[in-house]
Design a protein around this ligand. Structure first.
Ligand SMILES: Cc1ncc(COP(=O)(O)O)c(C=O)c1O
Length: 457
C-alpha cells in the first residue's frame, strides 16, 4: 500500500542522473555533470526545500496552518513552494527584481505569494530581499522563516543526499567537484561529506565576476561587490554557513562566458541548463584543461534552462545586454536592436490587416513596426497610436489594411548621422528610421538608445 500521508512528488526529489561530458575538450580529465535540473521543481533547491520543511516540522517551528517565508532568487522558492504547497502550507516569497519572468510566473502558478523587491541594494538596506523576508516572517502569525542562508538543514540536505549520490555514482573514484556559491549550502554539505570519505578531494569554486567569494576563498580582502547577471550564485557577503576549507582553486567567470557556455552546452550535449550552469561549466573546463594528470571531476546543471528562455536563450535579450557579439560598424547601425541584415526585423506588409500588425507588436513586445513591401522595401511605419486612431470608433476597423493607417512621410537618418541628430528625432516622439542608398537597416527606439547608453556604462 502506498503511504498516502506523504505527497508522491516528494519521492521524486534527488537521485538525479550523472552524465559524462563528451563533446568538450576536457584535457586529461573526465568531467561529469549532475543533472539537478531533473528534480521535479527543476533545480538543486528542491532538496533543501524538502529538508528545511521536514526539519521545521520535526522541531515544531512549522505547524499545520503555518506559513513558510523565504528570501529567494527563485529556485529555493520553487523548492519550498513545491514541497510547502504539497503539504498544505501558505508560502510567501521575497524575490529580487532581476530574476527571470519565468521563475516568478512558475512560483505564482504553484500558489506561492511573491513579493518583488530591489536587486540593486545590499544587506542592511530596508528593501534588501533577505531583510524584507525577515520582516515579513515577524509580522505574519505562525510564520516559519526558512532562512536558507543560516539554516543548518540546508547544508545537511547536501551532506546527506547530494554528496553520497555523487560518491556512489562515481564509484568512489573522484578528485574534484566544481561548485558555485549562493547560500553555500551545496559547498558546505559536500565539504563535510567528502572530508570523511575522500579528504584529498578538491572543491573548485566557480564564481561570477563581481561576487566576493573567489577573492575570499584565496584569503584576499573582501573586494567591493560588483553586479552580475547570472542567477543563483555569487554573493556580496560571506554566508554564515560557508565552509571554504576544501576549496583549492577559484575561477571568476564573466557573464559573457557563463551565458556562452550555457548555450554551448545545449548545442553540443543537448543539455538545457540555466545561467549558473554556464558559470560552472566554464570553470570546470578551465580546471580540467589545466590539470597535468588525469582527474575525475563532477559539476552541476543546477537548474533547468526552461526558466531562462527569455534571457540566456533569447538572442535579442543577449544582444541588448551586450552579451552576444555581432558586427560593429561604429555608427548608428550598432544601436539597432533588430537589424535588417541579421534577418531580425519584425515587419508587416501594407496589405496585412491592422489586427495582424497589433498581434505582431504584442508577440515581439514592440510598439511600432516598419512596413515593408515583399519584406524588402520600406514604404511606411505603423505604431500603436496609428492603430488606435484607426479603430477607436469601430473595432471592425482592425480588419482594414496597414496601408490605410501607416505613416508614409518618413524621416530617415543615414547610419552615419550623429547621436545628437538621433536624440533630436526621438525627442520629437518619432522612431528613428535608419536607411541609406543600400536600403533599410532598421529602427532605433528610445529603449534602444537607453540600452546603448547602459552598455557603455
Ligand atoms: C541556480 C543555482 N542555485 C543555487 C546553487 C547552489 O547554491 P547554494 O550555495 O545556495 O547551495 C547553484 C549552484 O551552482 C545554482 O547554480
Amino acid at each position: 500500500m502506498p503511504d498516502d500521508s506523504r505527497p508522491a512528488v516528494l519521492g521524486l526529489i534527488g537521485n538525479t542522473p550523472l552524465v559524462r561530458v563528451t563533446r568538450f575538450d576536457t584535457g586529461l580529465c573526465t568531467l561529469f555533470l549532475k543533472l539537478e535540473s531533473q528534480n521535479p521543481g527543476g533545480s538543486i533547491k528542491d532538496r533543501i526545500g524538502l529538508a528545511m520543511i521536514d526539519a521545521a516540522e520535526r522541531d515544531g517551528r512549522l505547524r499545520p496552518g503555518g506559513t513558510i517565508v523565504e528570501a529567494t532568487a527563485g529556485n529555493t522558492g520553487l523548492g519550498l513552494a513545491l514541497v510547502g504547497r504539497a503539504k498544505g502550507y501558505r508560502v510567501v516569497l521575497v524575490v529580487p527584481d532581476k530574476m527571470s519572468t519565468e521563475k516568478v510566473l512558475h512560483l505564482k502558478a504553484m500558489g506561492a505569494e511573491v513579493h518583488i523587491t530591489r536587486s540593486d541594494v545590499g544587506k542592511g538596506h530596508h528593501e534588501y530581499y533577505q531583510d524584507v523576508a525577515a520582516r515579513l516572517a515577524q509580522e505574519i502569525p505562525d510564520a516559519f522563516f526558512a532562512d536558507q542562508f543560516n539554516n543548518p538543514a540546508n547544508p545537511l540536505a547536501h551532506e546527506c543526499s547530494t554528496a553520497p549520490e555523487i560518491w556512489a555514482q562515481t564509484e568512489h573514484d573522484l578528485d574534484a567537484i566544481v561548485v558555485g556559491v549562493g547560500s553555500a549550502g551545496t559547498l558546505t554539505g559536500l565539504t563535510r561529506f567528502f572530508r570523511r570519505v575522500q579528504p584529498d578531494l578538491a572543491m573548485v569554486l566557480a564564481d561570477p565576476v563581481g561576487s566576493v567569494m573567489a577573492d575570499y576563498s584565496r584569503g584576499q580582502p573582501l573586494p567591493t561587490p560588483g553586479s552580475w547577471a547570472v542567477e543563483g550564485i555569487g554573493e556580496d557577503f560571506i554566508p554564515s554557513i560557508a565552509d571554504l576549507s576544501s576549496v583549492r582553486q577559484a575561477y571568476s567567470i564573466s557573464d559573457e562566458e557563463s551565458f556562452d557556455h550555457a548555450r554551448q552546452l545545449l548545442r553540443a550535449e543537448g543539455i538545457l541548463g540555466g545561467s549558473s550552469t554556464g558559470t560552472l561549466l566554464a570553470a570546470a573546463l578551465r580546471y580540467c584543461r589545466e590539470q597535468t594528470v588525469p582527474k575525475r571531476v563532477v559539476s552541476f546543471v543546477c537548474d533547468t534552462g526552461t526558466r531562462y528562455l527569455s534571457k540566456v536563450y533569447n538572442d535579442q535579450w543577449m544582444t541588448d545586454q551586450g552579451l552576444l557579439q555581432r558586427t560593429r560598424y561604429g555608427d548608428l547601425r550598432d544601436l539597432i536592436a533588430r537589424r535588417f541584415e541579421d534577418g531580425r526585423v519584425i515587419s508587416v506588409g501594407p496589405d496585412d490587416t491592422l489586427l495582424t500588425a497589433f498581434q505582431r507588436m504584442r508577440l515581439a513586445d514592440v510598439s511600432q513596426l516598419p512596413v515593408l513591401v515583399d519584406g524588402q522595401r520600406l514604404v511606411g511605419v505603423i505604431d500603436e497610436s496609428d492603430i488606435l486612431l484607426g479603430v477607436h470608433e469601430d473595432p471592425a476597423h482592425l480588419r482594414l489594411t496597414v496601408a490605410s493607417a501607416m505613416t508614409v512621410t518618413l524621416e530617415v537618418l543615414p547610419p552615419g548621422a550623429s547621436l545628437v541628430e538621433l536624440q533630436g528625432k526621438l525627442d520629437r516622439g518619432l522612431v528613428a528610421i535608419i536607411a541609406d542608398a543600400a536600403g533599410f537597416h532598421g529602427l532605433i527606439t528610445r529603449v534602444d538608445l537607453l540600452n546603448h547608453l547602459r552598455r557603455s556604462l
